[in-house]
Write a protein that binds this ligand. Structure first.
Ligand SMILES: [Zn+2]
Length: 81
């Protein structure tokens, strides 16, 4: 099976296992500001950044709990499938 998610500990680009979890400040790229349609304000969600030390590829994922999932499901533009 092809690895596409770095959270599995392997780089989808070069295959290296040198994947590192890097911390960023929430106000400096460590989060994503989303406009949810059922709210009148923007809402900030924390992100997790994973970096491959071999090729420099990186991936970002939202760190979602059940409440966040519900908010995004209600406030998104549409579900694609
Ligand atoms: Zn890599």
């Amino acid at each position: 099976m092809t690895v596409t998610d770095m959270r599995q500990g392997q780089c989808p680009g070069c295959g290296s296992g040198e994947i590192h979890d890097v911390e960023r400040h929430p106000q400096q790229g460590g989060s994503l500001l989303l406009r949810l349609r059922h709210r009148m304000t923007l809402q900030r969600f924390a992100t997790r950044l994973l970096v491959c030390l071999e090729c420099g590829r990186f991936q970002e994922h939202l760190e979602l709990d059940e409440k966040d999932r519900g908010e995004i499901a209600k406030g998104s533009v549409r579900r694609l499938s």
